[in-house]
Design a protein around this ligand. Structure first.
Ligand SMILES: NC(=O)c1ccc[n+]([C@@H]2O[C@H](COP(=O)([O-])OP(=O)(O)OC[C@H]3O[C@@H](n4cnc5c(N)ncnc54)[C@H](O)[C@@H]3O)[C@@H](O)[C@H]2O)c1
Length: 246
């Protein structure tokens, strides 16, 4: 029960890593708000959590919309009374080179991946302050640290990396901790989206010779969300099977 009595909002919780985080956080005692644009999958994961004895609520929302954040925060407060944890996990990708990237693609990726994290972080501040502190976990990527060839996606993830440090410093006196996670390749619907190679081919390029499962990010996110990481803020956790160490 590492998140006993905590209330956690997880964006992009209908699928992939977000769904895994929602299940694990609820299993550790958190009341979880699953926030996503995918209604069917979001409701499915929420029902699974409730059927297993957990507390959860699904909110249909788009992280790039201020109005949707207002509704999500309102739902968290009216149903669970407070907010202790936010995982800014929702994200989208296009595997376009610099010359293939259109203005529309650039704006869309920045709106969801970078602006979404800004809006979410700003929205929870008064509630975390009122709760005496909190933990915000931002899902960036190793693509926010090195070039892997997708300029719009990588730039949005780089924005999350440095935004995390700005927020961590500004909010440290309020006992609100802000950290980023930098996954390598995790096998989800995002990793298969327009991917030109197979899981096995990808695995061969990684020192550990395998890609990761969503749980291998969700457990480190649990650690950052919980009081176990109480002196960590502005940190970046690289979880990539050794990819960036090479
Ligand atoms: N899969 C990887 O290899 C990998 C590696 C590094 C970082 N990441 C990051 O991890 C996060 C989770 O990715 P995943 O692999 O689980 O992907 P996924 O596609 O399986 O899940 C992403 C979720 O975000 C939701 N989402 C998309 N746009 C949204 C919006 N505007 N508002 C609300 N929800 C929205 C989707 O509906 C989906 O449920 C993303 O931020 C991604 O960039 C993924």
């Amino acid at each position: 029960m590492r998140l006993q009595d905590k209330v956690a909002i997880i964006t992009g919780a209908a699928r992939g890593m977000g769904a895994s985080e929602a299940r694990i956080f609820a299993n550790e005692g958190a009341k979880v708000i699953l926030a996503d644009i995918q209604v069917e999958d979001g409701n499915h994961v929420t029902k699974e959590i409730i059927d297993a004895g957990g507390q959860a609520l699904f909110v249909e929302m788009d992280v790039s919309s201020q109005a949707d954040w207002d509704r999500t925060i309102e739902a968290a407060i009216s149903n669970f009374g407070k907010i202790n944890v936010l995982v800014n996990n929702a994200g989208i990708i296009e595997r376009d080179s610099l010359e293939e990237t259109t203005e529309e693609t650039w704006d869309k990726i920045m709106a969801v991946n970078a602006k979404g994290v800004f809006l979410g972080t700003k929205a929870v501040i008064p509630h975390m302050r009122a709760a005496g502190g909190g933990s915000i976990v931002n899902i960036s990527s190793i693509s926010g640290m090195i070039s892997v060839g997708y300029p719009a996606y990588n730039s949005s993830k780089g924005a999350i990396r440095v935004f995390t440090k700005c927020a961590a410093v500004e909010l440290a006196r309020d006992n609100i901790r802000v950290n980023s996670i930098h996954p390598g390749t995790i096998w989800t619907s995002m990793s298969t989206y327009k991917r030109a190679f197979t899981r096995e081919e990808r695995a061969k390029t990684i020192p550990m010779q395998r890609v990761a499962e969503p749980e291998e990010i969700a457990y480190p996110a649990l650690f950052l969300a919980s009081d176990e990481s109480s002196y960590m803020t502005g940190s970046e956790l690289v979880i990539d099977g050794g990819a960036t160490a090479e």
